[in-house]
Ligand binder design. Structure first.
Ligand SMILES: Cc1cc2nc3c(=O)[nH]c(=O)nc-3n(C[C@H](O)[C@H](O)[C@H](O)COP(=O)(O)OP(=O)(O)OC[C@H]3O[C@@H](n4cnc5c(N)ncnc54)[C@H](O)[C@@H]3O)c2cc1C
Length: 401
């Protein structure tokens, strides 16, 4: 009874009252090998890889609301290596060689997700496409072109206006195109992961918040879960769980809008308009998803709770009218929480704490692209196959809880 009430109100439970209590554990104290806290794409992918690499380990995934309640169920479904501008920024900061390593990591992650997740659920929406990093003018491209970044050597190929789909030709000067990207329905991806995990006897517990780590495991409002290892996969919610994470991960809200198109757009790519800080794609012939424009209300968007920003939502609509020049009907508006880090690279590390604990999170806008292989790296740390993660070469993260 309690459970269905929770579902009805979509409660994001930190604590639950007696009236809304959803769990009546017969044996409240659970004993397992690994607890993964956070039921998003990254937490589930981490469970996937641990169970794949070491099937004998008992795994519990703990989610305080429902799977996909965080960014993983609210994103734009770009399963991509990211825009040319992202790799230009990384090259300007780290140099070409390191930026290339990151590109290859993203490339492998996207292909792995495609192979592994689609293989177990061929019916899910996982459409191969390209990404386009758009430029509105020659001046904009010239401005962008300063520096050592060579887009072609990263697999980004220039398309001038007349080579773009016809409905983009009047609005854009050209674009860098990248192949082997995917449009996904993120909820279907999570469902597919859930099915694989349940088949492997991974226990998924929803509507149960982890309160704190103890020397023996994780405590929640109803029980203590005894385990040998914990993986925290909390993305933008890390600082809420423990303030030690504040210096590494900043939670920021991001706005999304879904519209029904009244005019045709004949491009099925994933689009980035970096100077406008907008990303958009079609979800079906008539439906378009658009997000971004955080700079219109940047300060107000800092935080770890969802709400709509009228300023940003209007900015997204202005882009549809003035840049894409389409007529539309608004279908749905929503927001989600991203976990931002320095240089937008995730944190993937072992933590100093009495119980063996790991953190994976802070994926900024790239969690779908970078998340799956990052989760594999995390699984390798957990089972002791590796002592350092790929991302350690970019930053030295030291966290003590
Ligand atoms: C609007 C928006 C659009 C985006 N678009 C894209 C995109 O198109 N492509 C892309 O690659 N990335 C995109 N991203 C980023 C991407 O969605 C994230 O990087 C990715 O989903 C992070 O996954 P995660 O599992 O680490 O985090 P989350 O999905 O946030 O999962 C963390 C989970 O932890 C749970 N939790 C929190 N506290 C507790 C606790 N105490 N106990 C138990 N559970 C807890 C939360 O409920 C949540 O479900 C977007 C993000 C947003 C917000």
């Amino acid at each position: 009874m309690g459970y269905s009430i929770l579902k009805l109100f979509k409660v994001v439970a930190m604590t639950t009252s007696h009236w809304l209590r959803s769990h009546q554990f017969k044996n409240p104290d659970i004993d397992t090998d690994v607890v993964i806290v956070g039921g998003g794409y990254v937490g589930l992918s981490t469970a996937y890889w641990i169970s794949e690499l070491q099937p004998s380990l008992k795994i519990v995934v703990l989610e305080r609301s429902h799977l996909g309640a965080g960014a993983s169920g609210r994103n734009a479904g770009f399963l991509t290596k990211g825009s040319a501008t992202f790799y230009k920024t990384l090259t300007d900061h780290w140099g070409s060689e390191k930026a290339r390593l990151l590109y290859e990591f993203g490339e492998e992650s996207v292909l792995l997700a495609h192979q592994k997740i689609l293989k177990s659920s061929p019916e899910i929406k996982f459409e191969k496409t390209t990404s386009l990093t758009l430029f509105q003018s020659d001046a904009q491209k010239q401005d962008w072109g300063n520096g050592t970044f060579n887009p072609e050597s990263f697999g980004f190929n220039w398309k001038s206006s007349n080579e773009l789909p016809t409905s983009l030709q009047n609005s854009f000067f050209g674009a860098y195109e990248n192949e082997n990207e995917f449009r996904v329905n993120p909820i279907q991806v999570l469902k597919s992961l859930r099915m694989s995990l349940e088949a492997r006897k991974v226990q998924i517990i929803e509507n149960l918040s982890a309160f704190e780590l103890t020397p023996h495991g994780v405590s929640t409002e109803y029980n203590s879960i005894k385990c040998k290892q914990v993986v925290l996969a909390l993305n933008g919610y890390f600082p809420q769980f423990n303030s030690e994470f504040k210096k590494w991960i900043k939670p920021c809200r991001a706005q999304m809008l879904a519209v029904e198109l009244e005019d045709e757009i004949n491009s099925n790519s994933l689009h980035y308009d970096s100077p406008e800080r907008v990303y958009w794609r079609k979800d079906s012939e008539k439906t378009l998803l658009i997000g971004g424009k955080r700079m219109l209300d940047e300060k107000a968007e800092e935080g770890d709770f969802e709400k709509l920003s009228p300023i940003i939502q209007s900015g997204l609509e202005a882009y549809l009218r003035d840049q894409l020049k389409v007529r539309y009907k608004v279908l749905h508006r929503w927001s989600g929480i991203m976990g931002f880090t320095e240089h937008e690279l995730p944190i993937l590390t072992k933590i100093n704490s009495p119980l063996e604990t790991f953190a994976i999170g802070g994926f900024s806008g790239h969690g779908m692209g970078f998340g799956f292989k990052s989760a594999m790296e995390m699984a390798e740390l957990v089972i002791g196959k590796k002592t350092h993660s790929f991302f350690d070469q970019f930053k030295d993260v030291k966290i003590t809880l």
